[in-house]
Ligand binder design. Sequence first.
Ligand code: AMP
Length: 400
Amino acid sequence: MSGPRHDGAVLPGGVLGILGGGQLGAMFAQAARRMGYRVEAISDVADCPAARHCDRLHVGDYADTTFLTAAAANLDVVTFEFENVPSAAGAALAAVVPVRPHPDVLHTTQDRAREKAFLERHGFACAPHRVVRSREDLEAAVVALGLPAVLKTAAFGYDGKGQRRIDTPADVAAAWEALASGAGDRTFVLEGWIDFACEASVVAARGLDGAVAAFPTFRNVHRHHILDVSSVPAGLPDRVADAATAITARLLGALDLVGTACVEFFVTKGGEVLVNEIAPRTHNSGHLTIEACETSQFEQQVRAVCGLPLGGTRAIGPAAMANLLGDCWGLDAADRHPAAPIEPDWAAALAVPGVRLHLYGKTHPRAGRKMGHLTALAATVDEAVNRVTEARRRACRGPA
Ligand code: AMP
């Protein structure tokens, strides 16, 4: 316990731990160090994006509680950027240091079946679904929900991994084979396919005192189940955006979450907002807050987990963010990378006015891997979206 404290707050000079070493951890570390904190990341790989941005990197196995306890010895508070860690990891850390959000939140949100049960218990509308544990369950769920539907592994799924869309009864066997053969505990969720008008998300922080500050609602477009472009303002009727914000605030309270989190929504054609997923951490759709909002989602995470007042969330203008996946480094006709990935043309991207480049320092581009993103501010949201997509098109060696 090295940092100065005030009214339970961890003040600048304190040591913040982040579980996970990916880009979310790297951007958290950048924000925290700018504010005068030391940051120590805990990662299962040494060559990770956070390595270049933190004061110390602890490398070990997330299942090794002795390693985690030793890593936490010098920390004032721990938060996380990656939720697919064993429950025992959170418990081991929480035994020696405040962990925010509390590991119980991780336990609820890291498993789609538990998350859906939580949503139902608290009366949050979400996609119709059934928990599936066998091929027979799946057949029954398809009958109950109808098609199309999407089968998702309950645990360890993100960015479309562990998902199969089922369009016709003939797809059922293939979807089951594809997912059940690789799954550890063979628990799945079948969700009815939502013919949504658009997707949206709300990133919000909740402080130690229970105060909630939400960023404006973002509009999100996914490609192949992976976030492609986020933009603000979302262009939703006030009633819809306000409902998404209110649901998010209520959800964070119901989870008793301290930290930054994101709730992803399907907005139906009738203007209903259905909760799709909860991420109890900063989120890809919130990256544009770095340039576009009074406080970034990463600074907000620092403030929340340190027990400080939350920052302003207002967007200073229309903005958009486009992800840069490994695909941009070039794909051959068979959808594989050529022997040597081709570096995208960053100069061409940066020639587009208002565009900012973020690269995460990952050395191996792979199809679907998040390597970086582009953000642009503009006079209108359409212009901001045009700028980031045009910049990406100019840079990319593969399909942009
Ligand atoms: P997820 O990892 O569950 O957030 O899914 C990634 C993306 O796949 C979502 O953002 C949607 O674009 C799409 N998707 C997932 N589930 C559904 C669903 N039940 N209905 C329609 N689209 C979905």
